[in-house]
Ligand binder design. Structure first.
Ligand code: ZN
Length: 87
């Protein structure tokens, strides 16, 4: 991930107020790890190849490693190449 994207994601998280201390250890320093697609699999069985997913950014606590996912859609940060696939 380039520095510009990293800064944009950090700003988006700040705008949404997603900057409170870690809920596990109380530490206040975090790192944006990467962006990912959280894949969805049906609970009723079977494995879907190429199924839907939720584009997300992964954030980790710098002290204890607690990991969060934030949906890029909620942050208005879905990359244009993924928006084309959704239409
Ligand atoms: Zn922590």
């Amino acid at each position: 991930m380039d520095q510009t994207r990293l800064n944009e994601l950090a700003s988006a998280l700040q705008r949404k107020g997603a900057s409170k201390p870690c809920d596990r250890c109380g530490h206040s320093q975090f790192s944006i790890i990467d962006e990912t697609l959280l894949t969805m699999q049906p609970l009723t069985g079977g494995f879907v190849v190429g199924g839907g997913g939720v584009p997300a950014v992964v954030v980790a606590c710098n002290n204890c490693g607690n990991i969060w996912h934030h949906a890029l859609g909620a942050l208005n940060m879905i990359p244009p190449e993924l928006k084309k696939d959704a239409s």
